[in-house]
Design a protein around this ligand. Sequence first.
Ligand code: ADP
Ligand code: MG
Length: 607
Amino acid sequence: MARTKTKAFQTETKQLLKLMIHSLYSNKEIFMRELVSNASDALDKLRFNSLSDEGLLGDDTDLSIQVSVAPKDNKIIISDNGIGMNEDELVENIGTIARSGTASFLGNLTGDKQKDSNLIGQFGVGFYSVFMVADKVEVLTRPAKSKKDEATLWSSTGEESYKLKSSEKETRGTDIIIYLNDENKDFADKSRLKFLLEKYSQYINFPLSLNEEGEEVERVNESEALWLKPKNEISDEEYSDFYKFISYDQNDPILWVHNKVEGNNEYTNLLYIPKNPPFDLWNRESPRGVKLYIQRVFIMDDATNFLPLYLRFVRGIIDASDLPLNVSREILQEHHLVETIKKSITKRVLDALANMKDKSFDSYKSFWKEYGLVLKEGPAEDFENRELLASLMLFASSINPENDLSQTLDDYLSRMPESQDKIYYCVADTFEAAINSPHVEGHKANNTEVLMLTDRIDEWLMSSLMEYKGKELVNVAKDDIAETSKPKVSEKDEDVLAKIKKHLSDKVSDVIASSRLVNSASCLLLPKNEPGAQLRKILEAAGQNLGESNPIFEVNLKHKLLKRLATLKGKQFNAFVDFLYDYAVIAEGGSPKDPAKYLRQLDKYLS
Ligand code: ADP
Ligand code: MG
């Protein structure tokens, strides 16, 4: 008689179980999805391992999943003839939460039931979800290549502990036996289960069938992988459903890209862009990437080498024919075919985005709102596609008084007069600061369009792009000798400029009379090769010491403050120059070294 061992669940497991049972019940039906997906994973593992160990399959070569329901006993059994588990593996895999997914699931819980149950969807919390509907669960499992009497029976009521007992099982693989609790016994209904399997498990890559005790077995899913079918035989709904199946997302994707490539590097890609970015889009450690299949055999999740980092929000599958079946993450990193695939699917995704921009601009605008910032990383990472990437970018512009990201560089070019050979942009922390910047005044007065950039990454992006379709990208806050055609200055004004320069000699490199300022009295112009305020912040935050900046102080001699300055002498003159300098710093989005002094001066000059 085999002995029964009782083991306590790990603390985190208990925590998770409690949550499952008491809080996250709003979407209970997903337990079916989770258990069927585990069965499918077990079959994938077996098939993958059998590539290097032929004895693993034995005579039992038809891999499949079987769901049986016994309404009278309120019982559901999910069986697979996959890899199975020995006792140690059972303890390791089902008794503890070692997996990072579950740990970060716990870390991300908000306490809001609705949100938290959506999180289950995103993480796929897995096996434990069964305790939302069951008051007892048994796992009877026998590893591949073991004998009939080398099976183990795990059982638990989902409270403090679970039991283990050595047992017998006729076939390889795992049976999950679910004893539904009173409240959820209506899951023991064949048509309800069929509905759930069709909803969540339609695209499982193994035959999935369902039967009621004593009745005939019914096949639930199709046999052929969706991505292998010809495009014209796949409906939009099927494409969407398949996306939901692989991503656990409840929303339809905004776009998909499906291609079969033939020749000496054959592969199929089916890639999607989710409507909403994953919550961990900005977490560099997060797993991302596509599911990799080789000749239809599932190889790995999160294969990162097939897409550039700036497309990390793309989900989907790649089924390659010519990669070695024993491929590892290390091999993927170096394999020349991977590089070729990456290049062409990157191009296809970008082309699909360009197409969406041209055909349905409103959808594209919403895409840009969610992902624009990530795409802006593109030109630095992907030199080859920089012009294509630049053409995908949306900007606010001085032609529109609203902060509306709706102008492309091509729109700008199409409006540009023939005499203009540059694309102007202004970088600031907010749209209001940009559109009202003194640097833009002159351009506005001349009806010259200026793009308004407000993302932290923008200055860096524009300076790494440098040009678009042969037109230089010019930051309006930077010195451009050709541009600042200096106005004629009287001798008296020359004298004022010299006196300002003398007083500010340790702060600015030059003082010039402005031909561009209209309403503002002064502004600071940066030397062309110096980073602007925004980029400076980023570089300094990254630990670079840039030293003091040496801007050029530009003054509007027609402005009444400058006229007033000309009437002052000595100390009073110098104090007023300090005031005008702080005024320019503020206009730049900076703050004066001594704000209180600035305000005292302002008071004084007002009275
Ligand atoms: P995940 O599937 O994300 O790993 P789960 O909680 O769903 O998390 O499952 C935990 C682990 O239990 C799996 O990783 C697997 O090792 C094991 N497991 C679950 N179901 C099966 C099964 N039917 N056959 C073999 N192993 C299984
Ligand atoms: Mg799972």
